[in-house]
Design a protein around this ligand. Structure first.
Ligand code: ARG
Length: 459
């Protein structure tokens, strides 16, 4: 079969070589964007009198027919036609005859493929932003119900100070808020049209790049034709924002995995998001959370493979760049799937408030309160620290916690202790009193949730 670019060749490549060079097995994903870009291009060609209105009409109709066929999965792509662009051009000439060959006037596959990918990523960035927003709403939903649910807070994965469960969940809300705004911000740089840059140097035809940009709803055009066809920083930026989303998800995934273990029992995942074991009947595994944690690796990998691919590449287009697509598609699919699954997991999880409550009474995470108590009554903090340390030791010897110590024990340790320490030591008091801005005090948490709701409403 002769190639669309076969003019200067005397011999055709063998099929297996064609197969190695082809991108159609994966870039067929861009079919809609490719035809959309062509529709704008052909409209501009007619408006600039580069082709006749009649020709433009025929080409447009042909492209629209192809769009419908693509929709119904009726296009049979061939590896001989290398990539999505040449496949579509071939379908077009089959459909409308030689006039189809005029579509490629004043354009190259180099600006075409860049345009396709800009359109593709714009669409999916917006969709991912919507999914991130839904996950934020799920976090808000649980947070609203658990302002006064208290869990042990950890540093070094050791019990540190108790916190509101809502506060813990809201920490992820704010991480996602930054992820959302990172994607939103990337759109400023992404939404620029490379179309009309030609192969690398522009074109001799009197094209109107601003017109195609407008038709495709881009905010502007790449100012330099070499840059337009050569850089893939718009994909890198997306992949980097995606890596951070996955990093955040992987941390919450890890917490869900811990929390749903026998050792913690803080939450129970809904059956939809858990699986059983083929051999151990008692098992309920947090597979989805584990998978999200695992998939984070491939999203990082995609970022690194594209960074490595581009390193040291001379301008302008190089075939290496055909390798930019699979990682991009994979990142889109992985991030979308992960965020969606996580939203469902959050919405449906059962929160074992009883266990959480019990756990906050079974540790020494209120010891700081006791030292602060003495210090606020005038004892130097160092000394207070020592007194409380001894009380903790006493508790350990008696196998009890600070709230279980008798008033007599307290008085013996220091005269400054009064009956009100039992109130001070309660986990709920400990949390309530941390009312500094952004702290876990209930008032602060309520405020943060309201602010979060505002943010989401503005989206
Ligand atoms: N399939 C190619 C890619 O994805 C399209 C651009 C090809 N350009 C070229 N001059 N061979 O990168």
């Amino acid at each position: 079969m002769t190639k669309l670019w076969g003019g200067r060749f005397t011999k055709s490549a063998e099929e297996w070589v064609d197969a190695f060079g082809a991108s159609i097995p994966f870039d067929k994903e861009l079919v809609e964007e490719d035809i959309t870009g062509s529709l704008a291009h052909v409209k501009m060609l007619a408006a600039c009198d580069i082709i006749t209105d009649e020709e433009a009409k025929t080409i447009t109709q042909g492209l629209k027919t192809l769009l419908q066929k693509a929709d119904k999965n009726e296009l049979e792509y061939s590896v001989q036609n290398e990539d999505i662009h040449l496949n579509i051009e071939k379908f077009l000439t089959d459909e409308i005859g030689p006039v189809g060959g005029k579509l490629h006037t004043g354009r190259s596959r180099n600006d075409q493929v860049a345009t396709d990918m800009h359109l593709y990523l714009r669409k999916h960035t917006n969709e991912i932003m919507e999914l991130v927003k839904q996950m934020q709403e799920a976090l808000l939903g649980q947070a609203e119900q658990h302002v006064e649910t208290i869990i042990p807070g950890y540093t070094h994965l050791q019990r540190a100070q108790p916190v509101s469960f809502a506060h813990h969940l809201m920490a992820y809300f704010w991480m996602l808020e930054r992820d959302y705004t990172r994607l939103e911000d990337s759109l400023k740089r992404l939404n620029i049209s490379p179309l009309g840059a030609g192969a690398l140097a522009g074109t001799t035809f009197p094209i109107d790049r601003h017109y195609t940009a407008e038709l495709l709803e881009f905010d502007g055009i790449y100012e330099n034709s070499l840059d337009a066809v050569s850089d893939r920083d718009f994909i890198l930026e997306f992949m980097s924002a995606s890596s951070m989303i996955m990093m955040h998800l992987s941390r919450l995934a890890e917490e869900f995995i811990l929390w749903s273990s026998q050792e913690f029992q803080f939450i129970e995942l809904d059956d939809t998001f858990a699986t059983g074991s083929s051999i151990m009947p008692q098992k309920k595994n947090p597979d989805m959370a584990e998978l999200i944690r695992g998939k984070t690796g491939r999203v990082y990998g995609n970022l690194f493979s594209l960074l490595t691919l581009l390193k040291g590449l001379p301008l302008a287009y190089n075939k290496d760049m055909q390798e930019d697509k699979e990682g991009m598609f994979d990142t889109v699919t992985t991030v979308k799937g992960s965020v969606k699954i996580f939203t469902g997991m959050i919405e449906t999880m059962k929160v074992n408030t009883g266990v959480m409550e019990k756990e906050t009474h079974s540790d020494f995470s209120n010891a700081t309160e006791l030292a602060d108590y003495l210090a606020s009554k005038g004892m130097p903090f160092r000394e207070a620290h020592e007194v409380v340390g001894k009380l903790v030791l006493l508790c350990i010897q008696k196998d009890i916690y600070l709230l279980d110590l008798s008033m007599k024990d307290y008085k013996q340790a220091s005269d400054l202790f009064e009956e009100d320490i039992y109130e001070v030591l309660k986990p709920s008091t400990v949390v309530k009193r941390r009312n500094s801005a952004g702290g876990t005090g209930f008032e602060q948490v309520k405020k943060a949730i309201e602010l979060g709701q505002e943010k989401v409403k503005q989206k």
